[in-house]
Design a protein around this ligand. Structure first.
Ligand code: B1M
Length: 214
């Protein structure tokens, strides 16, 4: 079945083949949502689980994500036309003073793989930029990454900036990155620490589902 084939080729990182199969599925009359969820997202979920279990590593995830993006590009206009709404909106960035963005990019890709809309603020992002973006774009989640012990403190400033802007009860603040811990998360008053990209995406989905149910 073509959707299974899309999922498998995505897991193998075969961007060109994924793109061609997605086009074939569109031509055969499958809906964009079905192609997205049962083909692309399915493949990305499997890669995410394997990554979490150390069965595949960063390069495999990056090439799978590239294949996902190629396929998703073809679906984007169709999804808009079908009126498929994203499951939620996240703004993500690496905090001020920190230029490490590989982990952040993986988190972004996994979240997109779950059907979330992700605004990527890049790296070296000031606390106010996270908060202003969340307000302007009506994000349910602010997601912060830090790789340096010297920059992880900025995550506490993001929490404070959200409090000062009066939006703390309207956004969930998620944090992660190699030096970050659950204890640190509690200390700064953020909502969730997750150790890897796949669990970050799962938790973001849980937050968005809970918010849309309330
Ligand atoms: Co730098 N660097 N680096 N570096 N670098 C580290 C982080 C370091 C541990 C190396 C070392 O000394 N052993 C060390 C930090 C020490 C510390 O603070 N404890 C370090 C240092 C010191 C520095 C500089 C200060 C070096 C210097 O100039 N003297 C400098 C700082 C620059 C700056 O940021 N201002 C620097 C620069 C760089 C490069 C630019 C050369 C490059 C970054 C390129 C880039 O990102 N575009 C770089 C790299 C590549 C690394 C290492 C080698 C690899 C980091 C990486 O990408 N890992 C790193 C050493 C190491 O980790 N072995 C190191 C792969 C990535 C997939 O993992 O980002 O941890 P990670 O993401 C994971 C999880 O943490 C999690 O999910 C991902 C996977 O599932 N995750 C989240 C990440 N964000 C999340 C957010 C979430 C949830 C989960 O929720 C929102």
């Amino acid at each position: 079945m073509i959707l299974e084939e899309i999922s498998q080729k995505l897991q193998m990182g075969r961007a060109k083949e994924v793109k061609a199969l997605v086009q074939q599925a569109i031509d055969e009359g499958l809906s964009a949502q079905e192609i997205l969820e049962k083909g692309l997202v399915d493949g990305m979920n499997i890669i995410g689980e394997k990554f979490r279990n150390n069965e595949v590593f960063v390069p495999e995830v990056l090439i799978a994500a590239r294949a996902m993006n190629q396929g998703a590009l073809l679906l984007k206009p169709l999804l808009a036309a079908e009126g498929v709404k994203a499951h939620g909106k996240v703004c993500i960035g690496t905090v001020q003073g920190d230029l490490h963005d590989i982990g952040k990019n993986l988190v972004k890709m996994m979240m997109e793989g779950k059907g979330l809309e992700v605004i990527d603020l890049g790296s070296d992002v000031a606390p106010e930029t996270f908060v202003e973006t969340a307000i302007r774009e009506k994000c349910q989640i602010i997601a912060c990454s830090a790789l340096l012990t010297t920059t992880m403190g900025v995550m506490g400033e993001v929490v404070k900036a959200a409090e000062n802007a009066g939006i703390r009860d309207q956004v969930k603040i998620m944090i992660g990155g190699a030096p970050v811990t659950e204890e640190f998360c509690r200390k700064i008053g953020a909502d969730a620490y997750t150790p890897d990209a796949a669990s970050a995406a799962n938790r973001a989905m849980e937050f968005c589902q809970a918010l849309s149910a309330s």
